[in-house]
Design a protein around this ligand. Structure first.
Ligand SMILES: [Zn+2]
Length: 313
C-alpha cells in the first residue's frame, strides 16, 4: 500500500530576504500570498492534507526589526528596518497560518526555521540553530501548535541534532540519486525520463536517522523545470511535471513506497501554475478513490515509521 505526501515551503518574503535588494524577485514576492491562498483552497477542494513548512517569523503579528540578542549575522534583519522595509504582508502571516489551523483539513504545520537560515552555511553556528528552533517552537506554541516536521531552507541540511533536541520528529532530506535541487534549476536528465522513457520519479523509503529523526526524502519538485522548457514541451507532449507527478502517484498506488511531492508557496504566480497543482491534486484524489493509496503528511508518515520500528524491536 503506497502513500502520497505533499510538502510546501511557506516562506513568503523570508525566502528571498538575504538576496541583495536589487536581486530580490519582487514580482514573485508580491504574488506569494496569492499563491499560498490558491494552494490552501485547492487542497481544501480535494480534501488533501499537506505538510506546511512555515518560517517561524510569519507567526508574529509585528516586530521592530531589531531581534536583539538573536545570534544571526549583522544585517540579517535589515530588510525589516530603514526607510523602505519589506512590506509587512510578506514578513507576518498569522492570518494565513490561522486559516490553516482552523481548516477542516488535517494539515501538518511544521517549520522552516525562524528566519530562513541556511543551516549548512558557515554563519549557522550551533547557537544560531538552537535559537532559530527555540523561537520557532515558542511562536508555534503561542498559536497552540506543537510542531513535528522540519524542512531545511534551500534544502541544505545541517544541525540535525539540534532539531531532535528541539522536539522535531522528522525532516525532508535530499532527493535520491543526488539530484539536489536548490531552486528554479532545470534537470535535463529528469526531463528526458519524463518525456521519452516515462520513468516515474523515485518512490522513497522514510528511515530513522542517527538522531532518532525520520527522514522523509522528496521524490519530485513540482516546479523544477524552467518556464521556457516547460512551455516548449507543453506544446508537444503536455506538461512534463504533471506527467511525472501522475507517474509517481500511479507508482505509489501500485507499490509500497512514498511519492513525496514538494513545492514552494511562492512557486504559484500564474493561473497556469494553479492549473498544474489542481490537476495533480485531482489525479491524487481520483487514484485514492479507486485504490488503497493513502494521502499522508510528513508527520503521520514519521509516526507510522516509528511505530513500525517499535513493533519490530
Ligand atoms: Zn522581525
Amino acid at each position: 500500500m503506497g502513500t502520497v505526501v505533499i510538502s510546501i515551503d511557506a516562506a513568503l518574503g523570508w525566502g528571498f530576504h538575504d538576496y541583495p535588494a536589487a536581486e530580490r524577485p519582487t514580482e514573485r514576492i508580491a504574488r506569494s500570498r496569492w499563491g499560498w491562498k490558491r494552494l490552501a483552497e485547492t487542497l481544501k477542494a480535494f480534501e488533501l492534507p499537506a505538510t506546511w513548512a512555515v518560517v517561524g517569523h510569519l507567526f508574529e503579528h509585528d516586530c521592530a526589526g531589531a531581534h536583539v540578542g538573536h545570534p544571526t549575522p549583522s544585517g540579517w534583519f535589515a530588510h525589516e528596518r530603514g526607510d523602505d522595509p519589506m512590506d509587512a504582508r510578506y514578513r507576518f502571516a498569522p492570518d494565513l497560518i490561522g486559516d490553516l489551523i482552523e481548516s477542516d483539513i488535517a494539515h501538518d504545520i511544521g517549520s522552516q526555521t525562524y528566519s530562513h537560515v541556511d543551516l549548512s552555511a558557515d554563519y549557522a553556528t550551533e547557537t544560531l540553530a538552537r535559537s532559530e528552533c527555540d523561537r520557532t517552537v515558542e511562536a508555534a506554541e503561542a498559536a497552540g501548535l506543537s510542531m513535528a516536521s522540519f524542512v531545511f531552507p534551500r534544502n541544505q541540511m545541517g544541525h540535525r541534532e539540534v532539531l531532535a533536541e528541539s522536539g522535531f520528529r522528522c525532516y525532508r532530506g535530499t532527493e535520491p540519486e543526488t539530484t539536489v535541487d536548490r531552486g528554479y534549476s532545470t534537470s535535463l536528465r529528469r526531463l528526458v525520463q519524463a518525456t521519452v522513457v516515462r520513468d516515474p520519479p523515485p518512490l522513497v523509503d522514510p528511515t530513522v536517522d542517527e538522531y532518532g529523526l525520520v527522514n522523509v526524502p522528496p521524490s519530485l519538485y513540482l516546479f523544477g523545470f524552467g518556464d521556457r522548457t516547460r512551455r516548449a514541451l507543453a506544446a508537444t507532449v503536455g506538461d512534463p511535471v504533471l506527467r511525472q507527478a501522475r507517474l509517481g502517484v500511479d507508482a505509489a498506488a501500485d507499490g509500497d513506497g512514498v511519492c513525496h511531492l514538494w513545492l514552494r508557496s511562492s512557486d504559484l504566480t500564474t493561473a497556469a501554475d494553479v492549473d498544474r497543482f489542481r490537476a495533480i491534486c485531482a489525479h491524487i484524489d481520483s487514484v485514492r478513490t479507486d485504490t488503497d493509496l493513502r494521502v499522508e503528511t510528513m508527520q503521520s508518515v514519521a509516526d507510522s515509521v516509528v511505530a513500525e520500528e517499535f513493533t519490530a524491536a
